[in-house]
Design a protein. Sequence first.
Length: 241
Amino acid sequence: MGVSLVFFELLSIWALFLAVLAYLIFLLLVSTNVQWNFFVKAHNSHPNLKNKEIGLTFDDGPAENTLEILKLLKKFEMKASFFCIGKHIQENPEIFQKIILEGHMVGNHTFSHTRKMGFLRTHQIIEEINRCNGIALEVGKVELKTFRPPFGIINPKVKRALETTGHQVIGWNLRSYDAVLSSKNFILKRIIKNIKPGDVILLHDNNLLTVEILEQLLLFLQTNNYRSVRVDNLFKIDAYS
């Protein structure tokens, strides 16, 4: 009787442990996959689009590399969206202004892009978003209404913060992994083989590798009659207040 009781107690403990572990894994997955729209509805793609339009998006600038990206976009007559970090706008105000002047969209990517994003409290996330918005307004005379979460992290605290700030979330459905991979050919092929109308492609304008593959990507788009447009135009939403 005593052995049986101990066995069932251990079994109950293991069952509880597995349930908690499963919940934590589930929470991790839904918090790091903005495309799942679990906590917040994000604009990740436009799957029913008939026109051959896609949205090229660039995160983590503005940076010196952004200037080369702007040249290439102008050369191929394409438009893009740049999700900018507040402190980088402060460091490169002229580049931020040039992005806007050349007709591209800018969005909020928080002030610091901290790696602790998933652990911040709601009021800290609000501060990150508002600081970036304030700098963008001061430097670029635009009040940002779109937001891309760093690392794609959307959890209940980010949800509550966005309910306060009122930003619309822009995700992606085609990730290039240009920030973590080193093979230009692999990155380019990954994008090209999967591309379809309505896709939102995630790139990084602070990465030299991105600059090196962009011309080939734009040439592919042009040759195959694709056009890159701003995501606010792709989704028919307002980029600015």
